[in-house]
Write a protein that binds this ligand. Structure first.
Ligand code: ADP
Ligand code: MG
Length: 208
């Protein structure tokens, strides 16, 4: 099945649904090493994204992601709003005017998503942030596509890598964001942003 604007619309709707389902869990994770607002922040933001989605599945794929990004920036707040918002905007910019995406376009979209977050937040892998889920996801997708694995299976591997990356944040000490104020005491807890990032990648794998 080709990836089209309709796929991206479904991605955003499904991501919103997964985040809504996991809202309490994300908030619990953020309560341990942050300020207990990550679930509420993202649920508010993604509901606002879904409300504003174009109904026309023929819309420009880039415009869909860019407007989702704008919506997240204006509604989420915290660290994650500007980071995810900029990520969707940057990814959307890359596919301006597109109505269908190849596997490699989708890889470029995810890579731009990750790069926007690292450019803005300056986190590196191992800093206990959303980058720890996104970076292995992009690597897994790239590797699978290079091995000519079909996109649906390649994205499943990316989602598994993101989930594993989120779980692997547990022993890490945070070096970015609010959790870094805890220093060594941030170890022993899963990072909320890495967890939500894994849900966003899972949502994409589910809809493709
Ligand atoms: P806040 O920390 O402002 O309350 P959220 O709770 O919504 O914001 O989001 C917290 C998540 O944001 C963290 O778990 C982490 O994954 C991510 N994060 C924070 N700072 C950065 C950064 N500089 N780079 C990448 N991700 C970050
Ligand atoms: Mg928070």
């Amino acid at each position: 099945m080709p990836v089209t604007t309709a796929t991206l619309l479904n991605w955003l709707r499904h991501a919103a649904a997964l985040i809504h389902e996991q809202r309490e869990y994300l908030t619990e994770l953020d309560a341990a090493i942050g300020d207990a607002d990550h679930g509420a922040n993202l649920d508010r933001g993604f509901s606002a994204v879904v409300e504003a989605l174009p109904v026309n599945p023929e819309a420009d794929a880039g415009a869909v992601l860019k407007s989702a990004g704008m919506r997240l920036i204006s509604t989420v707040g915290g660290a994650s709003g500007p980071l995810y918002g900029t990520a969707f905007r940057r990814a959307g910019k890359l596919i301006e005017g597109y109505h269908a995406l190849s596997s490699h376009d989708l890889l470029a979209v995810l890579r731009a998503f990750l790069e926007a977050i690292t450019a803005m937040g300056k986190a590196e892998p191992g800093d206990k942030t959303m980058v720890d889920a996104l970076s292995p996801a992009v690597a897994a997708l790239e590797q699978a596509l290079a091995a000519e694995i079909a996109l649906d299976e390649a994205l499943r591997r990316a989602a598994d890598a993101a989930h594993a990356g989120a779980l692997a944040t547990v022993p890490l000490v945070a070096h970015r964001g609010r959790a870094s104020y805890l220093g060594e005491r941030s170890a022993g807890h899963q990072d909320p942003g890495a967890t939500s990032a894994a849900l966003i990648v899972r949502a994409l794998a589910d809809v493709v």
